[in-house]
Design a binder for this molecule. Structure first.
Ligand code: ATP
Ligand code: MG
Length: 221
């Protein structure tokens, strides 16, 4: 499945502590991921998994060490270039006080209504269109979404994105087993030629991955 062995993402002895915190969350973390690889990241609650994604999307910079993306220092990427290359579905999906259409366009501003509707069908949210179509208002003062619905909306954004690196933080958390299988299949199909990093607590479905990393207390074990 791996298209070549050049590392696309490389963590080099990364140490990280959150601002104003003494405790190191990641310690001497080193690993490489090649273009096209599918990597699962396991580890207990609080072990530092989501923090790895926080660093990759540059919400924070490393305390020491280096992260490389395509042989360039991640710290030298502009926010725009980074967003073109990398898409993330985080544990908490942010819903904007805006229409369903605008919420979906966050994933890809160029998508047309037909594409948006097709994606809603794919993620099982097409029923949201029943009353007001894509004009349905979400967020504050709008239609409330359950946790599972928010997650599917996040997934819809992700499927619309053209980015080649896909980061998923527990995409199937809180979904029933049948839906989980469905969603995992959609993700794997979408990511067939992409690089995928997926944080998961679940051990089923791991056969689809090239590598499984376990994080324990900020270290790769
Ligand atoms: P989970 O499986 O519960 O999502 P995780 O492995 O994703 O856990 P992280 O979110 O990476 O864990 O958190 C690792 C550690 O960093 C935890 O001890 C957490 O309290 C701390 N932490 C996370 N976010 C912040 C933050 N914004 N500021 C300070 N500390 C944080
Ligand atoms: Mg987490």
């Amino acid at each position: 499945k791996t298209e070549n062995n050049q590392p696309l993402i490389r963590f080099e002895q990364v140490d990280f502590s959150y601002p104003e915190q003494d405790e190191m969350v990641l310690r001497q973390l080193s690993f490489s991921i090649a273009q096209g690889q599918k990597v699962a990241i396991l580890g207990k609650t609080g072990s530092g998994k989501s923090t790895i994604f926080q660093l990759l999307v540059r919400n924070y910079d490393v305390t020491s060490g280096q992260i490389w993306l395509n042989h360039c220092k991640l710290s030298e990427f502009s926010e725009n270039t980074l967003r073109e290359n990398l898409v993330v579905l985080s544990q908490r999906v942010h819903i904007f006080s805006n229409t369903l259409r605008e919420n979906l366009l966050m994933g890809n501003p160029q998508a047309d209504d037909q594409q948006l509707i097709a994606i809603l069908e794919q993620v099982g949210l097409v029923y949201l269109l029943e009353q007001e179509g894509l004009k349905l208002w979400l967020g504050e003062g709008g239609r409330p979404l359950s946790g599972g619905e928010q997650r599917r909306l996040g997934l819809a954004r992700l499927l619309l994105s053209k980015a080649d690196i896909v980061l998923l933080d527990e995409p199937t958390e809180g979904l029933d087993r049948e839906t989980e299988q469905q969603i995992l299949q959609i993700i794997l199909t979408h990511c067939q030629h992409k690089t995928l990093l997926m944080i998961t607590h679940r051990l089923n479905g791991l056969t689809h991955f090239d590598q499984v990393y376990k994080i324990d207390n900020g270290r790769l074990v």
